[in-house]
Ligand binder design. Structure first.
Ligand code: PSU
Ligand code: MN
Length: 347
């Protein structure tokens, strides 16, 4: 054996609790990822937990509306007997679980130039540069999924998923949300993607990425994937979920058999509550105009989604906000139910 001494002869074996390592990893990460005491206790006692993103507060809703929304969403989850785990960046630390004053502090930085929209690629920067700048940031669906997974949280409720932007491949703008769903085993409950995106191609990419897509509805009926403000798009949902229990079973199975290599996430679509729906024909013109304006002004990259969202909000004079709030609340409630069913299956 001529091997240099520092090369091990046999590969180290995986620890017995390998599949459950993510939670303890997060604890070791301590200084970079801080899990609130409430969330830590919930993890330890296997209480249902629902993760929430913060890019909707820092790059979607204005202050102080965003604080109102954040409180309502957390309250809805608590009322359903689950623990909310709001995820974001505060003072250069990734946070899983915010106190009310902390949440208000992050929300109050909405719209400021120094507030970062944090996707996967931004995480090393915001936590790595702490020695010079204490960044605050709202995590997108991709960023939130990654951190939820680090903490061992499997259910995440939000509003609208990012997607393939219109005009692909020029620019080649595909949200990192789709890729994160392809690589991280967290279930995302959303009302589909907004119609300012290329929805057909968005769902093609999800299929390519191996992401389960299901919509809550009745088996035996024609169930379409929702389009955020509208309950239906023109895309037939590849799968139907009849209950939160159905959804939870899908999470539990790949998790119990990690060896199957099912490390990808799931997308559970929940259409906006009927009385808040905005008919597609009413919103379509606004959406097309906003997309055109973004193109004319040369807005691209990570700025594009917030720019278009803001345009829609201004042109509709805020009329889109109640709809937006209603669907997030509805998704949070379903999220809590899914987390409950999952806890029952796992405990
Ligand atoms: N779509 C919405 N509202 C939002 C977002 C998307 O209707 O607030 C946010 C989410 O945080 C999502 C992110 O993860 O934008 C996607 O941004 P991008 O397209 O740059 O990946
Ligand atoms: Mn993009």
């Amino acid at each position: 054996s001529r091997l240099p001494r520092h090369v091990p002869r046999t590969l180290p074996t995986l620890p017995a609790n390998y599949h459950h390592r993510t939670y303890s990893n997060a604890l070791k990460l301590g200084r970079f990822v801080r899990i609130s005491e409430e969330v830590r206790e919930a993890l330890a006692s296997k209480t249902p937990i629902v993760a929430l993103e913060t890019a909707i507060y820092t790059h979607g809703f204005p202050y102080p509306d965003n604080v109102g929304l954040a409180s309502k969403v957390e309250a809805a989850i608590r009322e359903s007997g689950a623990v909310p785990a709001t995820i974001g960046i505060l003072d250069g630390t990734a946070r899983v679980g915010f106190s009310q004053p902390e949440l208000e502090r992050l929300a109050s930085t909405a719209g400021q130039k120094a507030t970062v929209k944090v996707s996967r690629r931004d995480i090393p920067f915001v936590v790595g540069m702490r020695h010079t700048t204490a960044y605050n940031g709202g995590t997108t669906i991709a960023g939130t999924m990654l951190l939820a997974n680090t903490a061992g949280i499997k259910v995440f409720a939000t509003g609208g998923l990012g997607g393939v932007h219109r005009g692909y491949p020029n620019p080649m703008d595909v949200s990192a949300d789709l890729m994160e769903l392809g690589r991280t085993n967290v279930a995302v409950i959303s009302s589909g993607s907004k119609a300012f995106l290329d929805l057909e191609n968005t769902f093609e990419v999800l299929e390519t990425q191996g992401v389960f897509v299901g919509t809550f509805g009745k088996v035996g009926t024609k169930v379409m994937v929702p389009a955020f403000y509208s309950r239906e798009s023109n895309i037939i949902s590849p799968n139907i979920l009849e209950s939160p229990r159905d959804a939870a079973s899908l999470i539990a199975i790949p998790d119990a058999s990690h060896t199957m290599g099912l490390t990808s996430g799931q997308l559970f679509c929940n259409p906006i509550p009927e009385k808040f729906e905005i008919p597609e024909k009413d919103i379509n013109k606004v959406v097309s105009k906003a997309v055109e304006k973004a193109r004319d002004k040369g807005v691209f990259g990570k700025d594009q989604t917030p720019y278009i969202l803001n345009e829609i909000k201004e042109v509709t004079k805020g009329a889109s906000l109640p709809a937006n709030t209603a669907l997030i609340l509805s998704n949070a409630k379903i999220g809590a139910q899914v987390a409950h069913e999952l806890a029952r299956l796992e405990n």
